[in-house]
Design a protein around this ligand. Structure first.
Ligand SMILES: [Zn+2]
Length: 176
């Protein structure tokens, strides 16, 4: 046995797999060199198996990463037309809201126009009644308006001027 040459790689692998010839197995058991080669081959095989297990367990993460990377590249292409269509309903809705607000605006902020007396007259009359009440109270008290109400008095005077210019004649008790 000692005269036998060292085992070749096939014999080492066969020994590692438990399939070596009896002659080779005896040599490996007796030869430190060949035994060391078998151990190295065993280590290499363990590393190879670990690497294989890594490869086998990696695809989940690998493909997940691949999918994310692909989606990051694909998504902008898909988003662009989606965004392009997305702002259209928003603009339409905004235009509808704008039209609606423009429609409500004259109701929320009525402006008495000289040519539109018919529509504004009831409210104008109500304002005149309020103004008359305030002015009458002021006249009845026979004293200057409190300083805090002076701006209101100016507003009343302005409204009375507008009302008198609109209606020429009605309020008899209002005098400046
Ligand atoms: Zn040997």
């Amino acid at each position: 046995m000692q005269t036998k040459q060292h085992c070749n790689e096939d014999a080492i692998t066969a020994y590692l797999l438990g399939m070596a010839d009896r002659e080779d197995a005896n040599h490996v058991d007796a030869c430190l060199d060949c035994y060391a080669r078998v151990e190295r081959a065993r280590i290499e095989m363990e590393q190879l198996r670990a690497a294989t297990q890594n490869l086998a367990s990696r695809p989940e993460q690998f493909w997940d990463r691949q999918r994310r990377a692909i989606m990051e590249r694909v998504t902008p292409v898909q988003r662009t037309p989606f965004r392009r269509w997305l702002w259209v309903p928003g603009v339409v809705l905004g235009m509808l809201v704008l039209v609606f607000l423009l429609h409500l605006l004259p109701i929320l902020h009525p402006r008495p126009e000289p040519g539109d007396i018919v529509k504004t007259q009831p409210q104008q009359l109500q304002q005149d009644a309020d103004d008359l009440l305030l002015v009458e109270i002021q006249n009845d008290l026979q004293r200057p308006v409190p300083r805090a109400l002076e701006p209101a008095t100016l507003l009343v005077q302005a409204r009375n001027n507008i009302a008198q210019s609109n209606k020429r004649h009605t309020s008899g008790g209002v005098q400046e």
